[in-house]
Design a protein around this ligand. Structure first.
Ligand code: FAD
Length: 268
């Protein structure tokens, strides 16, 4: 049983570094404290807390009803949002798959430069629980930042699930060899950059419209999520309770500058 408050931050250490593909690196994070992590499901999101320049250990927040409180506000860590790819209670580890998109972005740089033993903070999980609703038919669509969640969700989906999975990945090598779909689900892949978003949206618009018995799960760069949500809501008349559509990032904006706009979009 979890003895902690549902909102807690954990100091964890990099215990494993696995290059999954040219653009995706898994960090396996360990702390004995993770034995009683309030796990909901793989695919949930968490905040990560990264040490500032000159620190080796990030400051961890206290939680209030209104978010984080910092004992030393001038030494706040860099905060980013990532997905629990895997939680292992016995090993006391959480795995996160980081997109490697350059050394000038703090979270990407942390992953690219990670050494065994490096410290970071992670929060308890957030997001809808359960993330997937039972459905007659599913649509999953996303870019490589959504791949960890999509893989986690597909690993637990019912074996007779049917529907479509649409992925935009930088390269064919980024498609996990282990990705396994129920027999009733079809995989559609696009390899390249965001210039392929219109083609992806066009493909999805040819699918039979989802209905109230169905469920759509969409995440990734904002220009991918926006037109797909528009298609679901306007053309297919899918009610908000029957889809998850979250822009995980926006090209040209960092997490700090995009955070408020993301929440405005989600709340609309
Ligand atoms: C609920 C949720 C779950 C998420 N799960 C994951 C996950 O499991 N794995 C994962 O890799 N990401 C995930 N993301 C996305 C991640 O939070 C963002 O990509 C974040 O901006 C990365 O932080 P950064 O410090 O690397 O870059 P930032 O400092 O935020 O951005 C710096 C620059 O890099 C650009 N940039 C940001 N992300 C990318 C990218 N992926 N590719 C190319 N350019 C980029 C920005 O537009 C900006 O110009 C998730 C986001 C959300 C909201």
């Amino acid at each position: 049983m979890n003895k902690r408050s549902p909102h807690h931050a954990y100091l964890v250490r990099v215990q494993g570094i696995i290059d999954l593909s040219p653009n995706l690196r898994r960090l396996v994070l360990h702390s004995d404290e993770l034995a009683d992590y309030p796990h909901q499901f793989n695919g949930a999101h968490i905040k990560i807390f990264l040490a500032r320049h000159g620190q080796t250990t990030p400051q961890l927040p206290q939680f209030s009803g209104h978010g984080f409180n910092w004992t030393k506000p001038d030494k706040k860590p860099i905060v980013r949002t990532y997905t629990i790819r895997d939680y292992d209670a016995k090993a006391c580890t959480i795995s996160i798959d980081f997109v490697k998109h350059g050394n000038s972005a703090p979270a990407s740089a942390f992953a690219e430069q990670a050494q065994l033993g490096d410290m970071l903070g992670i929060s308890s999980p957030g997001g809808p629980n359960p993330m997937l609703k039972m459905a007659a038919r599913y649509l999953f669509a996303g870019d490589i930042t959504a791949l960890p969640a999509i893989e986690s969700l597909l690993a637990t989906i019912q074996t007779d699930a049917c529907g479509d999975v649409v992925l935009l990945l930088p390269q064919i090598e980024d498609l996990p060899a282990t990705l396994s779909l129920p027999a009733g689900m079809r995989l559609h892949t696009f390899y390249g950059d965001l210039s392929l978003v219109p083609a992806l949206v066009k493909l999805v618009s040819t699918f039979a419209p989802l209905t109230c018995d169905d469920f759509a799960w969409i995440a990734g760069e904002a220009t991918l999520v926006k037109p797909l949500r528009e298609l679901l809501r306007t053309q297919w008349q899918l009610p908000p309770l029957r889809h998850y559509a979250v822009p995980y990032w926006r090209q040209g904006e960092n997490e700090e500058s995009y955070h408020a706009a993301r929440h405005n979009f989600i709340e609309k």
